[in-house]
Design a protein around this ligand. Structure first.
Ligand code: SF4
Length: 396
């Protein structure tokens, strides 16, 4: 007779909300847009967006994340990854309104890095990030208590990925840590481990376990055994005090639902289908995918690699589909064959919440003098989050 094993599944602490309906202040998602959205079928949407943007002139600066739809990217003054966009916004102090076509944590970072007189607008408040939602302020505070009880908090430096809420960035700043991006994660970890004090011999990496593990093992020569995973849904994170003491990297159990879909099978399949293909993936992918890929890097790295690729080369890209499709079209004339790594479609559903009707609604509201969907981080959170972001900017 076999004994039933308890399932490793915990109920979500938050009630699930329909995207775009109701409000949940503790979550990245779930707020209704006040006012009437234009119908997606309105044939004048492009003309309306153009007219509203023209009316606003230099008062508005529209940022478009790489994973946004083409219809939205068309109206972006600049495109980039989340950190580049926040810096671009900070470099435009004259712009009264920053319209961020991306997700909630990105708009928060833009608010933190821009002046108090600038207002950051997210066209759809339901555009959250499932990864950022996987680490709440309460859970991270509880984790720190667990580390303190195990006697390792003193030795631990928090390093948080840009893809986290302002609360988590503030926690990081308060506890002497830094923010990192997928481009500078190694530099951030080098800094955290080499703070001159031997007692700093551990990192708590939030919230993406894959970026943390891939950077530690692939770029810094640590072993998989040096990493443990802290599960916020289990008592004590599911780890013993001995495991915490022995670990170098304490990885938060979070992941990106888009990049987490790629598997070793996706890599093997594409190699069988397209002989000679170069597999290029984002470091938010699982470790086995990253280990099997030819190249690994951030969205900016992926774009540069494809720009530099010779004509006739073949590429399978493991990142969000809107970007891969745009790159495939852009480089088709140069004879570069670019395909999506997986066979199934894989958009970031929350990024895709921002569409032309929401953008038109936000721009027309601003043009009429009404600020909608403003993202504003409270001053205390902002000051600690800024500290963590400034540490990143000062990384050697
Ligand atoms: S692609 Fe992943 S990390 Fe980026 S916003 Fe979507 S869920 Fe979050």
């Amino acid at each position: 007779m076999t004994t039933a094993q308890p399932l490793d599944v915990q109920p979500t602490p938050l009630a699930l909300l329909l995207l775009g309906r109701e409000a949940d202040p503790r979550s990245e998602r779930g707020v209704e847009c006040p006012g009437d959205l234009p119908a997606p079928s309105d044939p004048d949407l492009v003309a309306r967006a153009r007219a509203a943007k023209e009316k606003l002139g230099d008062k508005v600066f529209v940022l478009g994340h790489h994973y946004q739809r083409d219809e939205v990217i068309e109206f972006a003054d600049v495109t980039g990854d989340s950190f580049k966009l926040a810096r671009d916004a900070a470099a435009r102090p004259d712009a009264e309104y920053i319209v961020f076509c991306g997700v909630h944590f990105m708009a928060e970072s833009a608010d933190i890095l821009t002046g108090d007189d600038q207002q950051v607008v997210l066209p759809d408040l339901a555009a959250g990030c499932s990864m950022a939602d996987m680490a709440t302020a309460e859970q991270v505070a509880e984790c720190w208590d667990v580390l303190t009880e195990a006697g390792v908090a003193e030795a631990t430096v928090p390093v948080s990925y840009m893809n986290s809420s302002a609360d988590i960035k503030a926690f990081t700043g308060k506890h002497g840590g830094t923010i990192c991006t997928s481009s500078n994660a190694k530099r951030a970890l080098d800094w955290a481990f080499g703070q001159g004090e031997p007692r700093h011999n551990k990192v708590l990496f939030l919230p993406d376990q894959h970026l943390g593990r891939n950077t530690a093992v692939r770029d810094m020569g640590m072993s998989l055994e040096d990493c443990v995973v802290y599960n916020p849904h289990k008592p004590g994170g599911g780890l013993t005090a001995e495991e915490l003491r022995a670990a170098k990297m304490i990885l938060w159990r979070g992941h990106c639902s888009v990049h987490g879909r790629f598997s070793l099978d996706s890599v093997n399949d594409v190699r069988a289908r397209i002989p000679g293909v170069n597999v290029l993936v984002h470091p938010e992918c699982k470790h086995e995918v990253v280990a099997a890929a030819d190249y690994v890097g951030s969205t900016e790295y992926i774009i540069k690699a494809l720009e530099a690729a010779p004509a006739g080369s073949k590429w399978a890209i493991g990142t969000e589909l809107n970007l891969v499709r745009r790159l495939a079209n852009r480089f088709a004339d140069e004879g570069k064959e670019i395909v999506f790594l997986d066979k199934t479609v894989c958009f970031c559903s929350t990024m895709n919440r921002i569409d032309l009707p929401h953008l038109v609604w936000a721009l027309e509201s601003l043009a009429a003098g009404k600020v909608v969907n403003r993202i504003q981080v409270d001053p205390e959170t902002e000051s600690f989050a800024k500290l963590a972001l400034e540490r990143m900017l000062a990384l050697p």
